[in-house]
Write a protein that binds this ligand. Structure first.
Ligand SMILES: *Cc1c(COP(=O)(O)O)cnc(C)c1O
Length: 430
């Protein structure tokens, strides 16, 4: 018999007893979601301001996406790539046209897609650039987050993510984020560099937003040095930052034309995950043009579930929702509103130092240390007041609601945040 949960306490005890401690969740047990809202086991309703780390941009249980899942689930779920199926090609055409690349390599999780991009980049280095075997290097940024595999954590500088998981994969060079000079110097000084892997905005690091021209200039420097720029848009992509992709930058297209030539920086490889399935099913992808993607030949890379018909249908539905419901434009408009309200609040707040972000990927920084528990304490108080958010560090809280939020709801959420922090400040001992 499978137990059914009757209280939050019971669910937490079960996880404590039987699950590995690889997360430290806020003590709330969710059992239902719809749009921008989630409900706990006791029936309390919350605004979701994490959106499952930006996987649920389209809102919880979007009927169109769930509909696509349920229809395909009753027809065909998995064929493996040993055979063709009648959905994958349709999906591949759809997603490559959607993002403007020749080809896609479908995977499941974000980390797998990053690994895939690293493998393609290395193979390209040996077979197209003539870098001596096993010498290729990839430049990455300080405070990056690209996932949890052994290779990816090898180039993390988060001690928690890294320590005692060695030996580490070699071949990565770290430079500061948002530092064009460092990029230029390192590319000039080492002929064996094959790629630059970068998040257009560093989400896990605390929504660290670079200068407006950083990505465009970085791409120029990469091109001049014949180095592939790999954009990890797993968190920033799919309308989150107010344009379809964060590499669209602060363009003036209002999110309508996502690839205006003068504002869109086209990376050599685009890595997507999270919201390409609207949080309904694990789907990830690497997109690139032919001259890069063709280094992968049969038998050289793969995944049992990658490109399965169920995930493919879900991803198409999820990407359609982004366009149908103008999610880029909405994220852009609401993001401006959010930062305006927070900036006004900061003028009179004793604890909040700054707000930063783009679109609906934002964070506030509290005047305390990275090791403090202040952000956690505020998140606990926000939870009591009906809003769920999570710290990225001891003093940083990320705010990333589903993009289907209305203006009225956003104002209500800002009211909750301001009220909660104001109350918190009355008892705050720094
Ligand atoms: C979440 C995330 C990943 C890893 O995705 P998983 O699906 O958790 O493996 C990689 N890069 C970035 C920028 C992310 O936000």
């Amino acid at each position: 018999m499978v137990d059914s949960i009757k209280s939050s306490k019971e669910a937490i005890e079960l996880e404590d007893k039987h699950g590995a401690y690889n997360y430290h969740p806020l003590p709330v047990v969710l059992s239902k979601g719809e749009g921008v809202h989630v409900w706990d086991v006791e029936g309390k309703k919350y605004y979701d301001f994490l959106s499952s780390y930006s996987a649920v941009n389209q809102g919880h249980c979007h009927p169109k996406i769930v509909g696509a899942l349920s229809e395909q689930a009753q027809t065909m779920t998995l064929t493996s790539r040993a055979f063709y199926n009648d959905v994958l090609g349709v999906y591949e055409k759809y997603i490559t046209e959607y993002f403007g690349f020749d080809k896609v390599l479908p995977m499941n999780t974000g980390a797998e897609a990053v690994e895939t991009a690293i493998k393609i980049c290395r193979k390209y280095a040996y077979e197209r650039k003539g870098i001596p075997e096993n010498e290729a290097k990839i430049v990455i940024c300080e405070n990056n987050f690209h996932g949890r595999t052994t290779t990816i954590i090898s180039f993390s500088n988060d001690e928690g993510a890294r320590k005692n998981f060695g030996p580490y994969t070699p071949g990565f060079i770290k430079i500061p984020f948002n530092d064009l000079e460092a990029l230029e110097n390192v590319l000039k000084s080492d002929k064996n560099i094959s790629g630059f892997l970068v998040e257009p905005i560093q989400g896990e690091a605390g929504v660290v937003t670079p200068d407006d021209n950083f990505i465009a200039k970085a791409k120029e420097i990469c091109s001049q040095n014949d180095v592939l720029m790999i954009a990890d848009e797993i968190q920033t992509g799919i309308a989150r930052t107010g344009s379809l992709l964060a590499v669209c930058g602060n363009c003036s297209c209002e999110g309508k034309c996502e690839r205006q030539e003068d504002t869109y920086t086209k990376p050599d490889m685009l890595v997507l995950g999270k919201a390409i399935s609207g949080g309904v099913y694990p789907v990830s992808a690497v997109l690139a043009d032919n001259h890069i993607m063709e280094v992968i030949q049969p038998g050289q890379h793969g995944s049992t579930f990658g490109g399965n018909p169920l995930g493919s249908k879900v991803a198409m539905a999820a990407l359609e929702v982004v366009v149908d419901e103008n999610l880029s434009q909405n994220a852009r408009k609401l993001g401006e509103l959010f930062r305006e309200r927070m900036e006004k609040f900061i003028e009179k707040s004793e604890s909040v130092k700054l707000v930063r972000g783009r679109g609906l990927l934002n964070a506030i920084v509290i005047d305390d240390t990275q090791e403090s528990s202040t952000a956690w304490d505020i998140c606990m108080a926000l939870k009591e007041n009906g809003l769920l958010a999570k710290p990225t560090h001891g003093n940083i809280i990320r705010f990333a609601p589903p993009l289907v939020m209305t203006e009225e709801e956003l104002h209500e959420c800002c009211d909750i945040i301001e009220k909660t922090i104001t109350e918190f400040e009355k008892t705050w001992e720094k």
